[in-house]
Design a protein around this ligand. Sequence first.
Ligand code: FAD
Length: 381
Amino acid sequence: MARQTADVAIIGGGVHGCSVAWHLAKEGLKVVLFERDYLSSGGSGRSAAGIRQQFGTEVNCRLALYNLEKFPVLQEELEYEADLEYDPSGYLWIAYSESQLEQLRKNVALQNSLGINSKILTPEEIKEVAPGLNTEGMLGASWNEKDGHINPHTLTFAYADAAKRLGAVIQTQTLVTGIEVKENKVTGIKTTKGDWDVGSIVCAAGPWSVEVAKWVGLDVPIVPERHQILITEPIERMKHPMTLCLDDGSYFKQCPNGTFMLGWGNPNEKKDTSFESSWEFLLEVSRRVLAKMPCLSEVRVVRQWTGPYDITPDQQAIVGATPVEGFYLDCGWSGHGLQFAPSIGRIMSEIVMGQEPFIDVSVFRFTRFEEGELFFEPACI
Ligand SMILES: Cc1cc2nc3c(=O)[nH]c(=O)nc-3n(C[C@H](O)[C@H](O)[C@H](O)COP(=O)(O)OP(=O)(O)OC[C@H]3O[C@@H](n4cnc5c(N)ncnc54)[C@H](O)[C@@H]3O)c2cc1C
């Protein structure tokens, strides 16, 4: 098969790969994206679809401000027909101990200093924004009414379709099997459907980035961690925002179609990328969430799924250039990457084109691990 050529190859058809593809294609670059399965088949399509500005580090707050500015206008900007289901129905982080509340106060002070209008709520005020909650044991919460929900599938497809219209090649069912490097510079990419000469490669392969980076001799410190989600039948829309309970990490929300989504990170869950789901999760998440939201007790479960977090040692992403010329990383998003697609897609395209990123993300550099410069995000799920 004759070799084809592109300026940039992207590995991974999740929301990040597709956003990077669109941003680069918009700048006139010849882009090819390879996804081994279908678009959004990895972490993106298995996420809880939560979007928020409630972070505890300045860089994540600044990026989140941009993301939340973009979500309401993206459907139009990407000229996508289907609904992205942007739903700013709010987001609660609920504290059950003084130390949790203290951390939320610090996060809110930082957010307010950057122009994000989050606030601390008392248990009585929590009841006003989420009347179905049993507030027993809750000391307070942080709250932002503009945070909420976006559909991860349509968001990913919208970026991919818009990239295609600009000439990008989006190749699904195509496994990348290797990377060609000469004199420490990327020159080509090998796939099950032919090899390409390329100038640069962006690895947006989620937890599978570990394997990809090994092909160019890099050791990316990502550990996969399975997380499961349960979906109920749809019920009449009630006032209920995304709710994260810091006592046990359970979370739940009503989606725009009326279904409830329940999640919980089991600390003993397998550390792998398999998509199998368990009965144990169904029982545990139901038990935990029903104690907090008793009105859901008669609602039937219709499905569940499992997806991988790509966890780094500080639960922050890895974004930007690497010691291998032309090889870039956009991975390690742990449990919060979906919502960063707008800002990071733009930033990755700026970095690949040799421009100054519009927000400084050097704290996410790959080399921080060997430099011992870990950079923790206190607002992680
Ligand atoms: C249960 C759960 C809940 C979550 N909730 C939220 C949330 O509420 N909000 C939020 O912002 N984030 C959330 N996340 C995290 C979010 O889903 C991820 O951070 C984000 O989707 C990562 O996107 P990505 O494009 O980097 O990776 P992915 O979507 O994982 O995409 C990587 C793609 O690379 C492909 N691939 C891998 N290797 C190869 C190869 N060799 N060749 C070709 N293709 C390859 C894979 O098939 C995959 O499709 C959640 C994640 C999970 C699992």
